[in-house]
Write a protein that binds this ligand. Structure first.
Ligand code: MN
Length: 424
């Protein structure tokens, strides 16, 4: 077992029982305070830990790392050190904050430099995203969409059970939690007059997804096997893949999603390492009907039992849960996605982001988009304030949360939020 994952560990930092960030998590992110430039940080309980300050004070000296990686505005250089090193950093942090370790605990001067109250810190984009790929790997979601728009008896297209369907998304508009999202404008399907409509999207939607961050590059021409794939996955974030359904419906033929998707995607600020999620591994679905090609076969537990939730908070109102799903509702796992992504020799870069696709469960309250929850708008959701939602209104904030919980250990992602502003 990875030392930092030991469920018995306790920290001298206070951690609430329902915290997403116990000492066994130790995610990585980028923060900025009024006093400091952007830098690498982690969080335990509600206390942010400035890793640049820790490094400067010599706490990582035995790890032989160039401390400059902690003073950068993105995690890319840190991730590129490789898993052996980043795992050693995580283990070292875990050791420093264990309840019976006095080296920092009893040094008030050092603590004043290292510990940051979140009210004085701003989370920034953790990763410089080089390329973004969105998959479509939840069978429940793909079945819902196929049922709605095509044929309930042939909901999945012929390729779906043979390969992890995906498309190349837009990296430049991936934003960190808390960044407002402007309602997009665009063309829509023609009405009776045959002329395309134009204006603000009326069918603005969220997609409840998980994203993983690539931490190692490959050479052009190289393929990554399912067995090797986890070496290339640094960690995961919550991912809201905002979607304008009316723009999407008109533009997507024949080349797939474009402006209906590229206006924004929001991510949670703390990258939870794949290591920290080890407790929540579960086995995958049978994939023998039809059988899959050898390059997509894999061994071991490659799915993760992570509870997911989406909430809508109207302007001035309280957050209301509209969906409870789980990351386990994936037919294709991340190792299969990476193996497929690279089977043609396409190279990976540190900082690449791959998203799961909308994660829908089996029941109507577990569908991961308003498109499905309201079944194309035919079943509006009732909100506590008496209003209804088919899609997302201006002023609404969409909140997503996620955590794994097993044997008394909870490892979470915090949340990703985004408020919808009116179109300009
Ligand atoms: Mn998506």
């Amino acid at each position: 077992m990875i030392a930092a994952n030991n469920p018995a560990l306790k920290s001298w930092i206070k951690v609430a029982a329902d915290s997403d960030f116990p000492i066994q998590n130790i995610p990585f992110g980028i923060i900025k305070t009024g006093r400091t430039q952007p830098r690498v940080a982690t969080i335990i309980g509600d206390t942010i830990i400035d890793l640049a300050a820790l490094a400067e004070l010599g706490y990582f000296d035995d790890l032989q790392i160039d401390n400059s990686v902690f003073y950068l505005p993105y995690l890319n250089e840190f991730m590129a050190l490789g898993k052996a090193t980043t795992r050693a950093v995580r283990d070292r942090i875990s050791h420093i904050f264990q309840h019976d370790n006095a080296e920092l605990r009893d040094n008030e001067e050092h603590k004043s430099q290292v510990l940051v109250n979140p009210i004085y810190a701003q989370n920034l984009m953790p990763v410089e995203v080089r390329d973004y790929t969105d998959f479509y790997s939840s069978r429940e979601h793909a079945t819902n969409v196929g049922t709605m728009f095509r044929d309930p008896n042939n909901a999945l297209l012929p390729n779906w059970l043979h390969l992890p369907v995906g498309y190349h998304g837009r990296a430049s508009s991936i934003v960190v939690s808390g960044t407002p999202v402007r309602r997009p404008k665009g063309q829509k399907k023609p009405g009776d007059d045959g002329k395309p409509g134009f204006g603000p999207s009326r069918l603005l939607d969220f997609e409840l997804e998980m994203g993983f961050v690539v931490g190692q590059s490959t050479q052009l021409g190289q393929s990554v096997s399912t067995a090797e794939a986890e070496d290339y996955i640094f960690g995961l974030v919550l991912f809201n893949d905002w979607s304008a359904r009316d723009i999407q419906a008109w533009e997507y033929v024949p080349l797939g999603p474009f402006l209906g998707k590229s206006f924004a995607s929001s991510i949670s600020p703390w990258v939870v390492t794949l290591d920290a999620l080890d407790h929540f591994r579960i086995s995958g679905p049978e994939q023998n009907d039809p059988p899959i090609l050898p390059y997509l076969e894999y061994e071991g537990k490659k799915r993760f039992d992570i509870n997911l939730e989406a909430l809508i908070q109207p302007e001035g109102g309280k957050p209301h849960t509209v969906c409870k799903s789980n990351f386990k509702y994936m037919y294709w796992n991340m190792t299969q996605q990476l193996a497929h992504h690279t089977i043609n020799g396409c190279n990976l870069n540190v900082g690449d982001m791959c998203a799961s696709g909308t994660i829908s469960g089996e029941t109507p309250d577990s569908y991961g988009s308003m498109l499905e929850l309201s079944w194309r708008g035919s079943k509006p959701l009732a909100m506590p304030d008496g209003s209804e939602r088919k899609f997302i209104n201006d002023g609404d904030t969409v909140i997503m949360r996620g955590f794994g919980e097993k044997d008394g250990l909870r490892i979470g992602f915090g949340e990703v939020t985004g408020k919808v502003l009116p179109a300009t």
